[in-house]
Design a protein around this ligand. Sequence first.
Ligand SMILES: [Zn+2]
Ligand SMILES: [Zn+2]
Ligand SMILES: [Zn+2]
Length: 177
Amino acid sequence: MGLRCLYCRKDKPSSQLTIDPRLRSVYRGEICVTCYPDVLKQETVYCVECHAAYIRNRGWPLDMCPSCRINDRPMQAKVVESALIRKLDNSAPKSLTVDEWIATLKYFGGSCAYCQVRSYECLEHFIPIKLGGGTSASNVVPSCCTCNKLKESVHPTLVTRIPQEDIERVRVYLQQL
Ligand SMILES: [Zn+2]
Ligand SMILES: [Zn+2]
Ligand SMILES: [Zn+2]
């Protein structure tokens, strides 16, 4: 049984299909090798600020490349503000500053801390809020929507849908802050 290309909608043998994780915010499955160059061209956009080419991310309201997004202080201030509004366990720290958040984004180069392939789409609590995690520099990282969903609201050591080596790498980064 063949699989269907999400672009041309034709059934193709699996050897003719490819998944580019960078296209995940648009295509949640495979694209055939014939369509792939066209799709890549179509999804490549130019940053409104610096004009650099980058792959579009549907989760972003503005056409801004990952590095300009990191340096857009008003935008990142809003991200921090909305994270700090969230109700936490009374004892959990609520101390994240905009500078700390931007430093973390820079460390991960504007990419998701977990997969390191897709662009960051949201602020993620390493130890979930439900489990007493705080909104502090040592508990937040940038994540793509896909990894954010895969991580679920469980303790990091119990995450099974993201490789534990990626979880461990993020934990080591947070611990040294
Ligand atoms: Zn196709
Ligand atoms: Zn840019
Ligand atoms: Zn990710």
